[in-house]
Design a protein. Structure first.
Length: 374
């Protein structure tokens, strides 16, 4: 019955510290996950109480330090046999207390969407059901989720939130706080990160040419993100909002990246996949099949209420972290594992840049009639 005990301890370990949990509910969930009867689960609960692993009060149970120790010692050996959504929350509860302080600058003062994970009743061991949540309350009116401190972040983790997506502008603001875009490879590249790293490096070089100090982070999947923050600057003539301006700036950088590729920087690598005569990069998000042989430099999250995965957030699909990348060329996805990031937490450094030189170059190109998205 050791395996049943593992299921019991895991479900209790992901509950709020000190909270008692209904015995009937434990039996229902563990019976489903472990494929045993309620009677067997009750027998295990009684034994765990005797062994000092858990505590019982009026038919409710909570885990004790000894139970945490036993689970920690066994969980690696039985990991793939346990409820997948509980495993995700177990990792999140271990991880977020260590990085919550680093995340707060990117969560505080803005609406935040979260992904909560719950059991897939049809296959709870191998699958889970993600729920994308934007509002803390719906009545009497919708209220966005706000995370003003570490305690509120960890309270959301207690509610099975494992992934955090802040809006790119503050509450009631209509101007992005961050200039940010994704870089991802079309499906014909086969999922490798090499072409993404190449284009990311070229994009950063182009931004630096115009005086912008970029910062790079991993998405937690197979994309990289380029971020920058700007000093105060005026909206140039011809633009009615900053969101359009920033998207055009991404398109401008994409054109500079493409020029470098066509001049030979990485052309051999990319044109092993990209059809000859076609740009290797694009900013067009529509037509996924058509851009399957291109690298997407994606400005689409730069919009009102656009969201981006927070630095250090845990990707709900891969369970890798959205960690900062200091050396794009050397970076590999395994460096974003929770264990790796906790062992050596990289710093996400955003330094303000003056965007005026980049804006002036963009305006000159538009005035020549040479500007267009590709």
């Amino acid at each position: 019955m050791a395996e049943v005990a593992d299921h019991v301890l895991l479900i209790l370990s992901i509950k709020r510290a000190g909270k008692f949990f209904e015995g009937d509910h434990i039996c229902e969930k563990v019976s489903r996950d472990a494929g045993v009867s309620d009677v067997e689960v009750r027998r295990v609960l009684a034994r765990l109480v005797e062994e000092g692993m858990i505590e019982e009060s009026d038919g409710k149970y909570r885990i004790l330090p000894r139970g945490f120790e036993r689970l920690e010692g066994r969980i690696r050996g039985v990991w793939s046999q346990l409820n997948k959504s509980y495993r995700a929350v177990y990792l999140a509860r271990k991880y977020y207390p260590k990085v919550a302080g680093l995340m707060m600058p990117y969560l505080r003062g803005r609406a935040v969407s979260v992904v909560k994970v719950f059991s897939d009743d049809n296959d709870p061991i191998n699958s889970f059901s993600p729920s994308f949540v934007r509002y803390a309350r719906y009545k009497p009116r919708k209220q966005p989720i706000m995370v003003s401190g570490e305690r509120e972040l960890l309270d959301l983790v207690d509610q099975h939130a494992v992934d955090f997506f802040p809006v790119i502008h503050g509450v009631d603001a209509r101007r992005p706080d961050w200039f940010v875009f994704d870089i991802s490879a079309g499906e014909k590249f086969g999922g490798g990160l090499a072409p993404v790293k190449l284009v990311c490096s070229l994009a950063c070089e182009c931004l630096e040419d115009y005086g912008i100090k970029p910062a790079v982070k991993f998405s937690g999947s197979m994309e990289l993100q380029v971020w920058a923050v700007f000093e105060e600057h005026k909206l140039p003539e011809g633009y009615s909002d900053y969101f359009t301006l920033y998207r055009d700036m991404v398109a401008f950088i994409q054109r500079r990246v493409e020029e470098r590729i066509q001049d030979g920087e990485g052309r051999k690598l990319l044109y092993m996949v990209t059809r000859e005569g076609k740009p290797a990069t694009t900013t067009q998000t529509a037509g996924r099949e058509e851009r399957g042989d291109q690298i997407l430099i994606d400005p689409s999250l730069i919009r009102v209420n656009g969201t981006v995965r927070a630095p250090y957030s845990m990707n709900y699909e891969t369970w890798l972290t959205s960690c900062p990348v200091s050396d794009v060329e050397e970076f590999e996805p395994e460096m974003a594992s929770i264990e790796s990031v906790l062992r050596n937490t990289p710093e996400f450094r955003l330094e303000k840049s003056d965007p005026q030189t980049l804006i002036e170059a963009l305006i000159r190109e538009k005035n020549k009639g040479a500007f267009k998205e590709t």
